[in-house]
Design a protein around this ligand. Structure first.
Ligand code: 4AD
Ligand code: MG
Length: 460
């Protein structure tokens, strides 16, 4: 028969009704003349207790079920005498759909996140990862809802591209790959195998193409996968991650920051309102102060600080940083965390960075040495948003590109947008995985991605 999801049973049903429930056994406990199965179907954190008695024709097999087995249960929903659950299912039939024996790698005990990374193909069946991926799915929908409500156009920018938006040389090259014949000829790259003879890579950002659409539709956003060939083995960098990039025409840096703040606080409020059970789990088992921190962020305006002022704070900090602090140098993660955690004690925008440490497309300020950039820093994660007002003046953009050593030939289409109908515009990128880390308290980017792409992780 048609199955009912456990989430619906626990929130709506009344006792005394028949139900069909299908899922995976989390625990199987054999008592005197009765076997209890904690059944989870992924629809929510809670498992439904199935009570199986010896009158079942296959009782002996049911009593031997292992953790991880797939079962389909038909039975009567009754008020549960046990504490902590409203209902239990009095089994009439228990069909063993797919048994799992004791070699199942996730037995009933607390496994470390490190261990669970080695069984990333099975870890969605645990409490923590069930919660992470439900929250991730809800947040993806929240992103679309926010921009749809504001009338932003959703644009799909290319994954394979010939431009390096950030100019950092971190594109993965795209070649045709014959699994039986690796694309190396005597140790050299086989250029004939490139994208139909043209050098291309996987996109690092959809921004440049997004700008073209903003200059036609006014307000747009992208939300898709991006790739960076940086071999940084940190807890907050992945080679493949998702990014949300809005772009607004006729907007300056302050309008950009205002949108970023509204968006970020909306997402905080969204998980508090729509993911209560999973958020309560994170608050109890992963990060004790999580709920009150997010509640605070959802309801308090963000701080803003000039880069120059940030440097002043860092210079007089009573801590020894690993990396040097000097006007003109980029902020490292230790500096970002000091500013947001110790100086501000909450989210903070840092604006107007030296132009040398930022991308070529950012708009030059009148001081001639800074650009209209903004990074949003948050406690525990550090940089979570990077954005800017864009250089809309053709002559200044060309000058900046030549300073940065970027050939104009490959970006002729981008320059065209400054040649005809250019206007002030601004946008930002929010790293989706860093957002999930921030909202769940999970501390490693590998633990908020279904199948993390970090160095040494690409099998499936
Ligand atoms: O600061 P980034 O590099 O900015 C851009 O890509 C701009 N084109 C965005 C724009 O203005 N439209 O990246 C933006 C955000 C970062 O703040 C961070 O949250 C995330 O993307 N990010 C990463 N997340 C995971 N792994 C990585 N390797 C990341 N690199 C950036
Ligand atoms: Mg950045």
């Amino acid at each position: 028969g048609k199955r009912t999801r456990i989430r619906e049973i626990l929130s709506a049903s009344e006792a005394g009704v028949e139900a069909v429930v299908k899922g995976w056994a989390r625990t199987v406990r054999v008592g005197k003349d009765v076997t209890f199965i904690a059944l989870n179907d992924g629809s929510c954190m809670s498992s439904l207790q199935v009570v199986a008695g010896p009158e079942l024709s296959n009782y002996a097999d049911v009593a031997r079920l292992g953790t991880g087995s797939a079962v389909a249960v038909t039975g009567l929903l009754v008020e549960s005498p046990a504490a902590g659950q409203r209902f239990e299912l009095q089994a009439r039939t228990v069909e063993i759909v797919g048994p799992a024996d004791e070699s199942y790698p996730m037995q009933k005990k607390r496994h470390s996140f490190e261990y669970l990374r080695t069984v990333a193909h099975l870890r969605p069946r645990t409490n923590t990862f069930g919660a992470v991926f439900r929250v991730r799915s809800m947040l993806a929908q929240a992103v679309h809802r926010f921009f749809a409500d504001k009338g932003f156009l959703y644009v799909h920018t290319p994954i394979i591209t010939g431009n390096d938006c950030e100019g950092a040389g971190e594109l993965f090259r795209v070649t045709t790959l014959d699994m039986a014949r690796p694309p190396l000829v005597n140790g050299a790259v086989d250029y004939a195998a490139d994208f139909f003879g043209q050098a291309t890579g996987l996109t690092v950002s959809g921004q440049l193409e997004g700008e073209l659409f903003a200059l036609a539709f006014g307000d747009i956003y992208t939300f898709g996968p991006t790739f960076r060939a940086e071999n940084s083995n940190t807890a907050r960098h992945a080679a493949e991650f998702w990014m949300i990039e809005p772009e607004m025409a006729f907007a300056d840096l302050m309008a950009d920051a205002a949108l970023a703040e509204e968006f970020f606080r909306y997402l905080c409020r969204f998980v508090l309102d729509h993911c209560r059970e999973d958020m309560a789990f994170f608050n109890e088992h992963v990060d004790r102060g999580l709920l009150s921190r997010i509640e605070g962020v959802a309801s308090t305006p963000f701080a803003m600080m000039e880069y120059t002022e940030a440097i002043t704070h860092l210079k007089k900090a009573p801590v020894a940083f690993e990396f040097p602090v000097e006007w003109g140098l980029d902020l490292q993660s230790e500096h970002e965390r000091y500013l947001t955690e110790r100086v501000v004690g909450g989210p903070v925008f840092i604006i107007n960075y030296p132009k040398e440490i930022k991308a070529f497309y950012m708009r030059q300020n009148d001081d001639g040495r800074t650009v209209a950039a903004m990074d949003l820093l948050v406690p525990k994660v550090g940089e979570i948003i990077g954005g800017s007002q864009r250089e809309e003046r053709l002559d200044l953009l060309e000058a900046r590109m030549s300073e940065a050593g970027i050939a104009p030939a490959g970006l002729w289409w981008y320059l065209d947008s400054r040649r005809w109908g250019s206007c002030p515009h601004a946008g930002f990128g929010l790293g989706f995985e860093r957002l999930i880390m921030y909202l769940t308290g999970m501390e490693n980017i590998r633990d908020v991605m279904p199948f993390p792409r970090t160095p040494r992780h690409a099998e499936f």
